[in-house]
Unconditional design. Structure first.
Ligand code: V47
Length: 371
């Protein structure tokens, strides 16, 4: 039996938490201080209930997934961020680069299996020219016009702008003309300059990441946003990250979904420990409560694992991402999740979490409801 709001208040003995809960019930925005208080609180169950209240208002009982494929054209990367076990130098024996034929073959496999989204991101190879990024999009769209290409993170867009000496607006305009329809959220990591200097000192900074997204929204390209947590960042820095996203979303409304990404340390230069499930669920739930202007929160099964992702669907999240087929980035860092999932598996995970599985497209339009 589900807890009512009255029952929920009976479980809260702490008056500050009760005030925050009242704001959530009244649909008032919570402050950064409130979010910080929630991160410091041990009342996981109450926080989860509040997040689920917000989620049900927005998404009812629907839990979304997509039939898609991730493609990483290369793992060669000039940046060598310490938290990342995927990117390698060109001389590394693990370095690879897919040919255009390889990429089109992968898209074709997914297309034949009913997939209509390609999520394509990679390293930043020193030897790629600007045109290569554009041509890859154009080639996929020419062969598969009804596949949505969600490609290149803000880090890649910033790099393209640097090597082509074009503005973000020009780069994104040319990519859009070639067929790009959405930007993924990768590359945000953590916006704090202090933490970013430790984990990713060389690539685009927070301002640049956010400006790429703002520009994409202005051009009518929807984007996603992420936050990598559980490494060197403080709770204050997590809240600052969420606050910067909320502020831009107030301006543009162009973000579709927020995806908290739990850090996996294996094989990284940064090392450290895995996040706890309590931290994962709390971060999902607080994100749902704080980001009141984001329509969706993703419980990315690759970083959370299936079980925590299922619980997250009752802690404010409404989306599991997709079938994926061959995730490489988080697998390089030790996740024990599968490389991909069948539609049946995702439908079953969602049903067992008590939600209604809804297959969606990139833009959260309903493709099929699995009653
Ligand atoms: O940007 C890198 C993260 C991201 C590690 O937009 C790591 O719909 C954990 O952004 N441990 C790529 N995470 C994945 C990503 C994503 C995934 C699914 C959907 C969407 C979307 C975006 O993975 C990177 C980085 O933040 N990452 N290394 C690691 N060791």
């Amino acid at each position: 039996m589900e807890l009512t709001i009255d029952d929920l208040f009976k479980t809260i003995s702490d008056s500050r938490l009760s005030d925050i809960a009242q704001k959530v019930v009244n649909e008032e925005r919570i402050s950064e201080e409130d979010a910080l208080y929630l991160f410091e609180s041990n009342e996981l169950s109450a926080i989860g209930h509040l997040a689920e209240l917000v989620n049900r208002r927005k998404n009812g009982m629907n839990a979304y997934f997509i039939v898609n494929r991730q493609i990483n054209p290369t793992n060669v990367c000039v940046y060598q961020c310490d938290f990342c076990a995927f990117g390698v130098k060109k001389s590394d024996p693990k370095a690879y680069e897919l040919s255009l034929e390889d990429i089109l073959r992968k898209v074709e496999e997914t297309y034949k299996a009913g997939g209509r989204e390609v999520h394509m991101v990679g390293g930043i190879p020193p030897h790629w020219g600007y045109e290569r990024y554009i041509q890859l999009i154009r080639a996929i769209k020419e062969s598969f016009p009804d596949v949505v290409v969600k490609a290149w993170t803000a880090i890649e867009i910033h790099h393209m702008s640097k090597i082509s000496k074009k503005s973000y607006e020009e780069v994104l305009g040319e990519l859009k003309e070639a067929g790009l329809e959405a930007l993924p959220g990768g590359g945000a990591e953590i916006f704090s300059d202090r933490a970013r200097r430790i984990i990713a000192p060389n690539k685009a900074n927070a301002e640049e990441y956010l400006e790429v997204h703002r520009t994409a929204h202005r051009l009518g390209i929807p984007t996603n946003a992420t936050m990598l947590y559980g490494h060197v960042e403080t709770i204050e820095e997590r809240v600052e990250h969420l606050a910067r996203l909320r502020e831009i979303q107030d301006e543009t409304g162009g973000f579709q979904v927020f995806i908290p990404l739990a850090y996996w340390p294996e094989g990284t230069r940064l090392g450290g420990r895995r996040t706890s499930s309590v931290d994962d669920l709390k971060t999902i739930a607080i994100s749902r409560i704080f980001l009141d202007n984001f329509p969706h929160i993703k419980a990315y099964w690759v970083t959370l694992g299936e079980k925590v992702a299922q619980i997250a669907l009752n802690f404010g999240a409404d989306d599991l991402d997709g079938t994926i087929e061959e995730e490489k980035i988080v697998h390089s860092a030790g996740t024990m999740a599968a490389y991909g999932h069948s539609i049946d598996r995702l439908v079953s995970l969602i049903k067992k979490a008590g939600k209604v599985p809804v297959e969606r497209d990139t833009f959260y339009r309903v493709v099929k409801v699995y009653n």
